[in-house]
Design a protein around this ligand. Structure first.
Ligand code: LLP
Length: 446
């Protein structure tokens, strides 16, 4: 489904458009969104999970995690492929609202929801609010009562599994801010309080174990524990919760080191785990839901940069070619923040030159401003060349900043014959507009 290709002379194209034309017309750096790829990914996820779970008599729902990358066009597109939207702030809710998404397919997360967020969600008729703490239970209940509605809620449970790429450490992850602990009994206690409230419609239990996960083993433990908790809630509280949400976290292939399962493989494994956990507890589960973000948005954007300067540096054990581009940690902070690995290519031409060990760095005033830590590129990469960094759709634009007063790049969407901004690029005028000088008034004394 990828629209990305190469011309005979080695230039990267998207939907037949040369990247040199794109950079010339739309500027650089530039996020380029492959709409067909995004839609296919969303559709594939929905199809794979629906098929695997319908085979065990469970309906599967998917909520696109807007935190990975959200704008109104993307909300519309993923909703068009049968996904709901998972939000965690008023801003994300507003985007989904503006996109005209059906509120019943929207969820609200957050460990510190504001009154405004809860009010907006309820007034809009949101499908679910995921309760994250004890003090949120009476707050959501009161807001629902004030509106004469019952608030649909899920309970976020900390199941004691830390998913860490290939690995997970059981029990270790109690000490973090999200959810209520299964282990301590808080989750069961919270379930009792929710069930007792007339103002809350208790839909089910939620667990999210981490991000960029390649295997099903962490999900297996989470699913088993949460289905056990659901069975206990039925036995001891008499409440039959219709739904379990196993969160997001499905990994993608950033480099050849990454070996994620396909959606079909992951869905098949999770369905069999859910089936056996249900069997062990003598229960049936009507609905299971998921919140994939990265796996939908990640591969659908590449960032296009222009090389401004190169430098050969002694590493002690050899040489490294530093390739400085016109963006950096303000448009992709993941390398600096998480030690993330990306790959990249020389996008505007072929080269027969020898490969060099390259580090792609940005233009920010900080040595950690690295975009691609290690890659082989032709050693003749030079000022004016274009570099494409694939798989920058998730947590790049959404985590971007104006560090060093750099305007953030826009997101150009390419969809077959059509193209246009889904987020326009910022200008220096935008960046300077926040700076009001000292527009002062006299401070009231008494
Ligand atoms: N659901 C919940 C409750 C979450 O907290 C998250 C991600 C997701 C779903 C979506 O996870 P995904 O499928 O995208 O992995 N900034 C980090 C990732 C932070 C993830 C936060 N929560 C990064 O760039 O790697």
């Amino acid at each position: 489904s990828r629209s990305v290709d190469k011309t005979a002379d080695g230039e990267l194209t998207i939907a037949g458009l040369r990247v040199t034309e794109l950079a010339e017309t739309y500027g650089s750096p530039l996020y380029v969104l492959d709409v067909a790829d995004l839609k296919h990914r969303a559709a594939d996820f929905v199809t794979a999970f629906s098929a695997a779970f319908s085979a065990i008599g469970t309906e599967a729902k998917a909520y696109y995690a807007g935190k990975s990358f959200l704008c109104t066009a993307v909300a519309e597109w993923v909703a068009g492929e049968g996904m709901g939207i998972d939000t965690c702030t008023l801003g994300e809710l507003m985007v989904a609202h503006r996109a005209g998404v059906d509120p019943r397919t929207v969820g609200l997360h957050g460990n510190n929801k504001s009154d405004e967020e809860i009010a907006f969600a309820l007034d809009w008729g949101i499908g679910r609010i995921v309760i994250d703490s004890f003090d949120e239970i009476p707050r959501v209940a009161a807001a629902a009562r004030a509106r004469g509605v019952r608030a649909p809620v899920m309970l976020r449970v900390t199941v004691g599994v830390e998913a860490h790429t290939h690995d997970f450490i059981a029990t270790a992850h109690e000490d973090q801010k999200f959810g209520l602990s299964l282990h301590s009994g808080d989750a069961f206690d919270a379930a009792g309080r929710i069930a007792a409230s007339e103002d809350l419609d208790f839909l089910g239990l939620h667990s999210h174990i981490g991000s960029q996960i390649f295997e099903s083993s962490g999900f297996d433990i989470a699913a088993t524990r949460i289905i056990e908790l659901r069975a206990r809630i039925l036995t001891e509280l008499g409440v039959d919760l219709p739904e379990v949400d196993l969160g997001g976290g499905f990994g993608i292939r950033y480099t050849s080191q990454d070996t994620p399962l396909t959606f079909t493989e992951m869905a098949g494994r999770l369905a069999s785990v859910v089936a056996s956990a249900c069997e062990a507890t003598g229960s049936t589960l009507p609905v299971v839901s998921f919140e994939p973000g990265r796996a939908i948005s990640g591969p659908s954007i590449f960032t296009l940069y222009t090389v401004g300067s190169t430098k050969v540096v002694e590493t002690g054990s050899g040489e490294r070619l530093y390739v400085a581009v016109d963006g950096g940690m303000s448009d992709n902070i993941r390398t600096a923040l998480y030690d993330a690995d990306y790959s990249c290519t020389l996008a505007n031409r072929d080269s027969a030159s020898e490969p060099a060990v390259v580090r792609v760095v940005g233009k920010h005033c900080e040595s950690g401003d690295i975009i691609v830590r290690d890659e082989y590129l032709p050693n003749d990469v030079t000022r004016g060349d274009l570099i494409a960094v694939p798989d920058t759709g998730a947590y790049c634009r959404s985590l971007s900043s104006n560090y060093n007063h750099v305007p953030r790049p826009g997101v150009l969407a390419v969809d077959g014959e059509r193209l246009g901004w889904v987020i326009r690029p910022e200008t220096h005028a935008d960046v300077l507009a926040w700076d009001t000088g000292f527009s002062s008034t006299a401070a009231a004394t008494d």
